[in-house]
Design a protein around this ligand. Structure first.
Ligand code: GLY
Length: 353
């Protein structure tokens, strides 16, 4: 088992390894002196893993479970309210504990419930997707969606512990697994050339080592900029275009990771044209993405992309921060006005990205 310390204002440990779920109670026993634990999960993850986690607790703990339907539509104010009712009915106090067992939706929603119920009760993240293990479970971003947009209501609230059991990756679909790999490629591109080499042969790579390296990178970045006002922005490499693509296709055609893969390629092609990135990087990213079944191209015109990126409620009247590679393994934050961003996008041929 590997261990990483995340040295934020409230420091915590991330444990990465095989067969951690059956040891859940033992691995979290020191996080606080809780009597009750609420395991929050979705119906798909619960089918696979809930019994294993529940069975790890001895009878001196009271274990409660709240299970909601899987999918992004559950990351809502309605589900959040139901979780508050559930915690209140079962008389949870600030000395009890919440466990988020699942992927990004579960982690974000249960994390936000933990941060706001009674003004904050401790919680543990048990991410069961690759994307949640390498990204969303670490760093303390919690959120729900509202009709105006995704993740518009949330908080920074660090978990008390994170358990990444790599055995849970065996039940992921190919698409779900490769979407997680997109975030792994992102870390390699922005921070670690040797990780980029290591994932050339991902089928034979040691996933515990890969996940550990990604979490170490994230922990380094988050410790320097916990509240996302500067350096943490580099974690958004590929996300500006990726998010616009997801949104343009109504979050139904491309998964988050697939959008990020296309975003990393497009952004790097444009920054190579602008002379800001070493030539050949985009081609290396394309080759790696294609080798793991990630898309690298899609139909979207530059004006649509510009509108989605800049006319978004969060960006109105503001400049846009692009994350660009200098070369594979190092990046920079490039701040542009909206008109400069438009010119940057219009370097593409025929106004097609
Ligand atoms: N997922 C990007 C971040 O945590 O900042």
């Amino acid at each position: 088992m590997k261990t990483i310390e995340v040295k934020t204002n409230h420091p915590y440990t991330v444990l990465i390894g095989e067969q951690l779920l059956p040891r859940t109670a033992e691995l979290i026993k020191d996080v606080c002196n809780y009597q009750k634990v609420a395991i929050i999960s979705d119906d798909m993850v619960a089918d696979y893993y809930l019994n294993t986690v529940v069975s790890s607790f001895s009878t001196d703990k009271q274990v409660f479970c709240y299970i909601f339907p899987h999918g992004e539509q559950s990351k809502s104010a309605d589900t959040l309210l139901q979780i508050y009712h559930f915690l209140a009915q079962n008389q949870f106090t600030r000395s009890d504990l919440i466990i988020a067992l699942g992927g990004g939706v579960v982690g974000d929603l249960a994390g936000f419930a933990a941060s706001s119920f009674l003004r904050g009760i401790p919680y543990v993240q048990i991410p069961t997707t690759l994307l949640a293990q390498v990204d969303s479970s670490v760093g303390g971003k919690t959120a729900i969606n509202i009709p105006a947009g995704k993740n518009l209501v949330g908080s920074f609230y660090q978990p008390a512990r994170v358990l990444c059991d790599t055995n849970t990756l065996s039940t992921l679909s190919k698409v779900n697994f490769s979407s997680g790999i997109a975030e792994v490629i992102k870390y390699a591109c922005i921070y670690d050339r040797s990780l980029f080499e290591q994932i050339q042969d991902i089928q034979h790579a040691n996933m515990t080592d890969i996940i550990t390296r990604c979490i170490q990178i994230k922990a380094d970045i988050v410790c320097k900029d916990e509240f996302d006002t500067g350096m943490r922005m580099i974690l958004n490499f590929g996300h500006t275009i990726g998010h616009a693509i997801e949104k343009h296709y109504h979050f139904s055609t491309y998964t988050h990771g697939q959008g990020v893969a296309i975003g990393m390629v497009k952004m790097t092609q444009l920054s190579e044209k602008a002379g800001l990135t070493q030539p050949g990087c985009a081609q290396q990213i394309i080759k790696l993405c294609q080798s793991v079944g990630l898309p690298t191209d899609c139909e979207i015109d530059t004006q649509t992309l510009f509108d989605i990126c800049c006319l978004d409620k969060k960006n109105l009247n503001q400049s846009i921060h692009l994350i660009l590679l200098k070369e594979i393994g190092t990046c920079l934050i490039h701040k542009l006005s909206h008109s400069e961003f438009q010119a940057f996008l219009n370097q593409s041929k025929d106004n097609q990205l």
